[in-house]
Structures are given as structure tokens and as C-alpha cells.
Design a protein around this ligand. Structure first.
Ligand SMILES: [Zn+2]
Length: 464
């Protein structure tokens, strides 16, 4: 039997051995991969039970040896965030200190307490989160990317002069922003070859900056890259990338076609989250393969009951099998996905994943007499996301000049007061992006999936 990982938070490990294991497991039978997952799941449950106060009391009623791992109760982000200090397994981690740490932009490439990567979540679930990753977990994410991702093969063929532009949410020490900054700070050369652009700016400004930089690689959310593809087709964006990497939202077949028609280049897709940065990577056959030996994904219905292979889920329970400083076990991610059995032309033994619902609609508003103004989901999400008293929310464009907001408030908050703040912030943001005269309307329906499409989208357009 393979030696089990040692049981402490600060695991000692050999990077080369870990690399070999990930490489070798990629070629194993599906049965062996499932066994690997089950062993690691048992390890993290037992570690969390012993080392995290929160899980210790949550699991109190569970028998010492678990016959059925599905008896482990699911958790939500709000539950974990409400019990933050008892959730983490390192007693030196303090929430207030960590909040201050991630709020300071100069810490983007630094490690909290000198040993943990830390970031905030950028709100795809409509609720703020704070995440920490230990060195072992970071190594696993990096190696998965390097060994199983196509990105590295593309990168190997790129001309050395190629520069990389990431078009992402910024200003909150978010996961992608933090990781890009880590690359930039490796050397002055890295800093010149890699730049971060915020999605939160008017399209013309973004296009002008990219025209000056001329990146060979463009990374970003599908909605942002699609917008750039349109700008390229119309002759405004001169950048002509060799490779496009998309993540963070669902990549629809239509978006993929529009992007590849415009840029005529390779597109690679990955599915990651603040909770686990490389959940699934795209193979040369165009399928997303989740790294189920390191992240357990359970597509579930509204009652947290498993859904069949191929069926769209209401949510997905994620377990991070690599990270111990902040155990994430059967955690309700909110994304609608479906899993299919391993059966791909590329020969991978990993299952195939498709994403059904995640924010991603570009909104187009009529802007007075001039042409339409395009607004990317992340830029208006952020205007609502920063409000502590708001719970879940949803932004729906309901007319050429109308944005409807569905929202929940925290139990002790005044709904009318929250609404007046949220409306003001959204209006200010829309004006800043050039969408003048858009009416921001309140809905009394709670955020949620719509019966006709059965998927939850944080930002969407109902305008043809
Ligand atoms: Zn494949």
C-alpha cells in the first residue's frame, strides 16, 4: 500500500514525488482514481474532526469509523464564514488580521503569516468569502496545471516575445489576480511579460490599453474575451492573440465559436474556484476533466441528494482533498454542473464535466443617442458584492434601459436601507461605464433559478 500523507498541518513532502504521483495517477484505471479519492476524503474528514473546532462539533454525532462517507453533513459558505476562527486549523490565523491582509493591494503576491496564499472570493455565489491555501495545496494546484493542463503545451510553443494579458476582476485580492501577481513578481522580465487589466473599466479604455500592449496570450472570463473578440472583428482591437485561456464562467458553444472565429487561435478552458483553483482542465478533445483524485465533486439536487450521471445538478458539493489549513468538505458551491463517465477520445480516465450555470451574460444597454454600451457581469457584480448586509443576489437586464435586482438581506438588516444603497451603487457604476439613463429596479422575487431554464445565473440578460 502507498504510504498515506502524514497527519499534521505542515506536511513534509517531496515535490518530485508529488509530481510523479500526479503524472502516474493520470494514467490509472477509473477504479484506482476512485480509491485514491476515497482515501484522501477519509483523511481530510479525520483531520478536520481532530484539528478544526467547527468540524469537530459538526461531526460530533458521527461514528468514529464512517461506513458511509455520504453521512458527512454538507456545509455552506455562510456557515463557515460565520464560524471562521473555529473553521481554520492553524490557531495563529486571525480573521480580522486576515481581512486587513487581503484588503491591502500590496500584499497580492505575499503569503499570509509567511506561509499561506490568501484571497477573497469574487462573488459568483453572491456571498463574500475568505480563503487560505497551504503550501502543499498550492503545489498540488500548480502541478495539476502543469501536468494535466493544455496551457503549458501551448506556452511551450509560443514565441519568446509573446506577452500575456489577464482581463479579470481586480482590487479585491481575488484568486486570479493574486496568482497573476505572483507570476509578475518573480522577476522584472515576468513583470514586463504579464499584465493584469481590470474588467471593471469602459470597453474603449480596455481596448486602447491592449492595443498598446499587444498581448500574444489573452486570459479572462468568457464574457470578457467574447467582448474583445467582437472588438477585434470590428477592427477596433488590434491585439491578435496566439492563445486564449478562459475560466471563471461557463464557456458556451456559441461563445467559443465567436472567440475562435474572430481570433483564429487555440482556446483552452479551465474550471476553477477560490476554493480549489484547478477543479477541471480541458483536454485536446475539448472536454473538461475534473481532477477527482484531488477534488471530490458531488452534483446534487435541492435536497442534497445525488443526481445521476449526465443530469444537471442544482448545486455541487466540493471537497478539497489537498488543503488542510481551512478544510472544505462537502461544501455547497452553488454551481450547476453535470458529470459524465470517463469516456473521451483523449484517453483520460477522469470523468467529463460540463458546467450548466455560472454568471456570464454580457449586458448591452442603450446609451442615449450614441451606440450601445456593453457591461461585463463582473463589473456590476462587484458593486453589489461589497455590501456586507446583502445575502444572495441576482442582476437581470429586463429591458434596453432597465436592470432588475433580486436580493436577500441578512437577518438584522433593513431591506429598504440596503436597497437604497445597492441602487445608488449600481447607478453610479453604470454611469461610470457609460450606460447613462439605465433604470435600476427592485424585484420582490428572491434570487433563484427560473423554471424555464432551471439554472441560476447571477447576471443575465432577458433582452433579445
Ligand atoms: Zn479528454
Amino acid at each position: 500500500m502507498a504510504p498515506r500523507d502524514d497527519t499534521t498541518l505542515m506536511r513534509s513532502y517531496s515535490r518530485l514525488k508529488l509530481r510523479f504521483r500526479i503524472w502516474a495517477d493520470t494514467r490509472k484505471e477509473p477504479r484506482d482514481i476512485r480509491r485514491r479519492q476515497a482515501e484522501r476524503f477519509e483523511d481530510i474528514v479525520s483531520f478536520a474532526r481532530d484539528e478544526s473546532e467547527f468540524y469537530g462539533s459538526l461531526y460530533e454525532h458521527l461514528p468514529e469509523s464512517l461506513d458511509d462517507l455520504d453521512d458527512v453533513p454538507p456545509v455552506t459558505k455562510s456557515e463557515l464564514m460565520a464560524n471562521f476562527d473555529g473553521w481554520v486549523t492553524d490557531p495563529e490565523v486571525e480573521r480580522d488580521e486576515l481581512e486587513a491582509f487581503v484588503s491591502d493591494p500590496s500584499n497580492r503576491a505575499e503569503k499570509y503569516l509567511g506561509r499561506y496564499l490568501a484571497w477573497r472570493s469574487s462573488g459568483t455565489s453572491g456571498e463574500p468569502g475568505l480563503f487560505l491555501h497551504d503550501q502543499y495545496a498550492i503545489t498540488v494546484y500548480d502541478l495539476l496545471n502543469a501536468i494535466r493542463g493544455q496551457g503549458n503545451q501551448f506556452l511551450a510553443e509560443l514565441p519568446p516575445s509573446d506577452r500575456m494579458a489577464a482581463v479579470v476582476a481586480t482590487g479585491g485580492n481575488y484568486a486570479t489576480e493574486t496568482q497573476m501577481e505572483r507570476i509578475r513578481q518573480k522577476s522584472p522580465l515576468h513583470a514586463r511579460k504579464c499584465r493584469i487589466y481590470t474588467v471593471d473599466q469602459p470597453t474603449e479604455e480596455l481596448v486602447a490599453k491592449l492595443n498598446e500592449y499587444r498581448p500574444g496570450i489573452i486570459m479572462g472570463y468568457p464574457s470578457a474575451v467574447r467582448l474583445l473578440a467582437e472588438q477585434h472583428r470590428s477592427g477596433r482591437l488590434l491585439a491578435d492573440p496566439d492563445v486564449v485561456v478562459v475560466f471563471g464562467e461557463r464557456l458556451t458553444a456559441r461563445s467559443r465559436r465567436q472567440i475562435s472565429d474572430a481570433f483564429e487561435c487555440a482556446i483552452t478552458n479551465l474550471y476553477g474556484a477560490s476554493e480549489f483553483t484547478t477543479i477541471a482542465l480541458e483536454c485536446p478533445s475539448g472536454n473538461l476533466h475534473p481532477n477527482v483524485d484531488w477534488v471530490r465533486l458531488e452534483p446534487v439536487d435541492d435536497e442534497y441528494e445525488p443526481v445521476e450521471y449526465g443530469e444537471p445538478s442544482s448545486s455541487v458539493l466540493l471537497t478539497n482533498l489537498a488543503n488542510r489549513v481551512q478544510p472544505i468538505i462537502r461544501y455547497d458551491m452553488g454551481d450547476s454542473i453535470s458529470l459524465h463517465p470517463p469516456n473521451c477520445d483523449c484517453g483520460s480516465s477522469l470523468p467529463v464535466l460540463s458546467i450548466k450555470g455560472r454568471s456570464g451574460g454580457i449586458l448591452r444597454f442603450a446609451a442615449g443617442q450614441s451606440e450601445e454600451v456593453t457591461v461585463l457581469p463582473r463589473s456590476i457584480e462587484a458593486a453589489v458584492d461589497s455590501d456586507e448586509s446583502i445575502g444572495r443576489f441576482q442582476l437581470i437586464q429586463t429591458a434596453e434601459d432597465e436592470l432588475t435586482v433580486r436580493f436577500d438581506v441578512r437577518t438584522d438588516a433593513d431591506r429598504n436601507a440596503v436597497w437604497s444603497d445597492v441602487r445608488e451603487r449600481l447607478q453610479a457604476k453604470l454611469r461610470e461605464l457609460g450606460a447613462n439613463g439605465v433604470e435600476v429596479v427592485r424585484s420582490d422575487r428572491p434570487p433563484g433559478a427560473d423554471s424555464d431554464s432551471e439554472k441560476f445565473q447571477l447576471v443575465q440578460s432577458r433582452v433579445a
